[in-house]
Write a protein that binds this ligand. Structure first.
Ligand code: DC
Length: 264
């Protein structure tokens, strides 16, 4: 008889000690075995498929997956919900003073990574256009970055983690054993984003998504603090015309080149 596992939970609170066993994917495949426990940092432009790829890798390795973008989105949503962000105006000092009241958790429900903000399921809200249009500005606030980077490092302390974002290989884990930098053609990215939102039941407009992707690329690359950069030792993956299977084959080839794969 199959044993019943509790819903896996990630709690992200300052000072909270994380327990790996609670938030591994219940359907982890565990098909790839490594010689040692490592950190895998995946960075790249928005809507490149970083999250999907990171999730797949986490499942194959039976590793934790952490979506750092969802953490920035959660802070942005908290600001919107509490009147600290109105239009493009952010009450920066107030938002900073609220950081310790923003408790972000991830749960894996029916195979999906679901984000909770102070016990509210906010997965749909953080993917919508309201949050998307302010999150880059929120992610430029140094105190917000420092706070979230501290939480991300806590999470990766015991390794066995795949984290995706913009600065994971350059700032959060400069010593990550495997760094991947993902790219894809902008039209492909816009279409993927559109499809993803439609599948989640979020009303979307392809032209608006194109503009948002372009704006976010510019903001991510040009911001003063932790801009999106390819780490010197990152492996570059352009997945514009690749299936998930091809991406996994590419990933395995990286593991072989890094002599990390345990031959069975
Ligand atoms: O990956 P995403 O689109 O969900 O990220 C949302 C925003 O957060 C995006 O504008 C860039 C920012 N971000 C960041 O600055 N650093 C990270 N490590 C992850 C995301």
């Amino acid at each position: 008889m199959k044993s019943i596992r509790k819903d896996p939970v990630i709690r992200i609170k300052p000072g909270f000690l994380f327990q790996h066993k609670y938030y591994l994917y219940p359907d982890s495949f565990g098909m790839i075995r490594l010689k040692k426990k490592i950190v895998i940092a995946i960075d790249g432009f928005s809507s490149c498929g970083k999250s999907s790829f990171a999730r797949l890798i986490a499942r194959e390795l039976v590793y934790i997956y952490l979506d750092s973008g969802a953490m920035y989105r959660s802070v942005a949503l908290y600001g919107l919900q509490n009147g600290l962000i109105r239009g493009k105006i952010i009450a920066v000092e107030e938002l900073i003073s609220e950081l310790n009241n923003i408790h972000i958790r991830f749960r894996i429900e029916k195979g999906e990574n679901i984000t909770y903000l102070n016990d509210e399921n906010i997965e749909l809200q953080i993917r919508g256009s309201e949050v998307s249009s302010v999150v880059s500005a929120v992610s430029k606030i140094p105190e917000v970055r420092n706070h979230l980077v501290m939480l991300q490092r806590q999470r990766g302390r015991d390794k066995g983690i795949v984290m995706d974002g913009r600065d994971i290989g350059t700032v959060v884990f400069p010593d990550a054993e495997v760094k991947i930098f993902m790219k894809a053609e902008s039209e492909v990215r816009a279409e993927r984003r559109y499809k993803e939102l439609v599948e989640k039941g979020i009303n979307s407009d392809l032209d608006a998504i194109r503009r948002n992707i372009q704006e976010r690329d510019e903001q991510d690359i040009n911001r003063d603090i932790s801009p999106l950069r390819q780490a010197e030792d990152a492996w570059v993956l352009d997945n514009s015309h690749m299936t998930f299977e091809e991406q996994m084959d590419w990933f395995k080839s990286v593991l072989i080149k890094r002599d990390l794969l345990l031959k069975s």
